[in-house]
Structure formats: structure tokens, C-alpha cells
Ligand binder design. Sequence first.
Ligand code: HEM
Length: 431
Amino acid sequence: MLLRFHWPRFVAACQRRYGNAFTLKVTSLGPVVFLADPQDIKEVFTGDQSPYRAGEANAVLRGLLGDNSLLVLDGDPHRDWRRLLIVALGRDAVARHTDMIMEVTAANVSSWPLAREFPVARRLEQITLEVILRAVIGATNPDRLTELREVIPRILNMHPFATLAVAYPGLRRRLPWRAVNRDFELLDRILLAEIADCRADPDVDARTDALAILVRTVPANVGGQPITDIELRDQLMTLLVAGHDTTGAALSWTLERLLRNPTVLEEARRAAHRSAAGDPTGDDYLDALLKESLRIRPVVFNVVRGIHRPVELAGYSLPAGITVAPAIGLVHACPESYPEPTRFAPERFASDHVNPSTWIPFGGGNRRCPGSAFAMFEMRIVLRELLCRVDFTLVEDGDERQRVKHFALVPHRGVRISVGSVRPSRCARTQ
Ligand code: HEM
């Protein structure tokens, strides 16, 4: 319970009491050794990988993402799929979506209410969902898009009771979980229809979405086997789930921090206008701002690795069968790495160089988030549009608490704002 409702604060209290390595018993995982020392975490991320199995530790996600999801694979199948997804999500691939991201943001913003308070987090999630639908599966069929816009949030926002059907798929045939089952079946049908259309599309070579890139760059194999529709479905589900709520939450935290720091907000607005005018110093500032936001409010508080064979770590002999959890949130709050760690200060990231041991919002090593370049690029464009076009003020005082939503931490009140005006013109630059 403590972990569910007060996760970051509880884990930070444990660190203060027990030091940089301590064990907690977590439902569904058993004993979990939390790590807060960057050197120990570096060892887990980039040292000998043979003791670690992230896929095994993520096994609970199989019921949601499927048995072939990158998140639940280990070993060679994980390596092969990862290579493909990195190409499909690379910076070049996402840069081709700039106009689409701007249009999606503009369309959403134009429906925001004026002079009335509302939680902006929901709107930001709609933007990131729309972007991921178009960029990952290239969905353009209006009927399917409408269904996806409804069914994906329903699945991702399901009641904790309903999530039992994710952990135990056998439950889905029983009455209390039949609605969940219908949603899963609907989503399956749509994704499989998109895959079939993509395979048959004579213009697949001209398409820029991740599905098309996967279908055409890998006509025949992963590990020597033809790629099945079910494998593609599982990877699409993974990208939709891993790439939408996380990016939405990161944007929400960025606005939450900005609106509570008026001086930084003013600097950010100036940077957004410079960025829109093609001045790279504007992009640099927005990137620094996003990095600081991901530092001070990491969306994923810790990652996990199952231990497959005994290993020496953090001065302890850890047995096989337990889990280690590099604690991103604790590393980011360390005053030795970040003086005055609770101060929101984008200037910490003024230089291009970030220390890969102490800035780890995307995890690390051979499991580091393959969507990080996509997310950073998308967030910069969305943030630039918002800062250039919208006059917003915060209507709630006091910092928002970090609430656990599945595997992400989101602002508990949803960042309530009031909008004075929305400028119709888009930011000038297309890049
Ligand atoms: C701000 C946004 C995001 C954050 C904070 C984030 C964070 C993370 C983290 C912490 C991990 C686990 C890394 C580890 O275990 O070491 C991860 C994995 C992953 N992320 Fe992201 N992510 C974001 C956006 C995205 C996007 C946009 C996509 C795809 C479109 C994506 C796809 C994935 C996938 C497929 C994995 C599994 C990687 C593997 O197991 O090899 N993420 N992400």
C-alpha cells in the first residue's frame, strides 16, 4: 500500500534510513533490492549482463502486451527486435513527423476551454496518443482512429480490480472482466487489420510510420523466422503503451514545474519563439528544460532486472530469483550530483553533455528506452507550440504529488490551469 500511494517518498525514506542499497518486499515481484548508487547501477546497466533478465522481471506485462513484446523478451530475441525498433523509432524517423506533431497539437489546443479551469494532463495525453497512433501505426482510417482513441485510454485507465485480468488472462472470460475482454479483442482486431492493410499497401515504401518501416525492412526474419502478425501486434501494443502515457506524463510535469517557476517560464517562452524562428539556441534551452523536468520528476521511478544467477553487487551476495531495481528517482535527487536537487534549474543541462550515470530517466544499457529520441523530439515540438500559442496560468497552489498510474508517476491533480487566450497562428518553423 505504501508503495502504491507514496512510492517516491517511501522509497526515499528507506534510502535515508538504510543507505544506497536496501530490500523491500513487493507484491508480484517478491524481494526487490533498490539501488541508489550510480556506480552499482552502472554495473547493472553496462557490466556483465549474464546475471540479469529484465524480460523475466516484466513478465506481468505479458497479459497486456503479449508474449513477443520487447519488454518481456530476453536474450537473442530481445536483441533482434530491439535493433529493429531502434531503427523504426530513430531520430531521422521521428523528424519526418514534425508537421504532423505540430498539427495534432494545434488541433487539440484549439478545443481548450477559455477562462475556465481544467486539468491539462488529459489534453496532453490525447496529444501524445494521437501522435503515437499516427507515427507508430500510421493509422489514417477515420473509423479505426476513432475506435483506437476510445479503446486505448479505456484499457490504460482500467480500474485496479480490472487489471487482475492483465495479470491473469484466464479471468477475462468471467463476468466481472468481460468488458475488459471486449476491449482487448477490439484492439486486437484493429491492430491486425492495420497490419494486414500495411502488408498489402502498394505504397508501403513511401510510408514513414514504424509499422511500415518494420514491414518493409524485415521482409523475412527475426532470428531466421518469418515475422508473424502476432509478433507485429505485440510490438505495436508495446510501442502504443510504452510511448503514450510516459510522454504525456513527462509533458504534464514540465508544465507543472514551469507554471510554478515564473522566471523559468518567461525564459522558456523566449526560447520557444527563438526555436520557432529557426534559432538553435531556442531548441537547446527547450531540451535543457525537458531534461531538468525528467530529472526532477522522472516518469518512471525505477526499472527492474530479475537476477538469474547469484551475483556480487553493492557489497552484497545476491541470490538468484530476486529482483534489483535501479532507482532513477533517488539518483536524480542526490545532492552530490545535483546541488540543491529540489530546485528546478534547466541551466544544469546547458551543455550538450549529460552524465549517463546520473541522468537516467530512460533507464540504461541494453534495455535503455528505444523511444527516447522520439520522446525528446516530440516533447520539444509540443512544448514549443504550447509556449508560443497559449497564455496559461496555474489555478492550484502547492506542488502536485507524484501519483502512481500503472508504471508511471503522474501529477495527482492533473495540472489544473486556466487559459486566457490561444493564438491561432502556428509556430513559424517547419524542420
Ligand atoms: C518521456 C517519455 C518516456 C520515458 C520517460 C520512458 C522511459 C522508459 C524506461 C525507464 C524504460 C525501461 C528502461 C530500462 O529498463 O532500463 C523504457 C523502456 C521502453 N520504452 Fe520508453 N520511455 C518514454 C517514451 C517512450 C516512447 C515514445 C516509446 C516508443 C514509441 C518507448 C518505448 C519503449 C520500449 C519499447 C521499451 C522497452 C525497451 C527494452 O526492454 O529493451 N518509450 N522506457
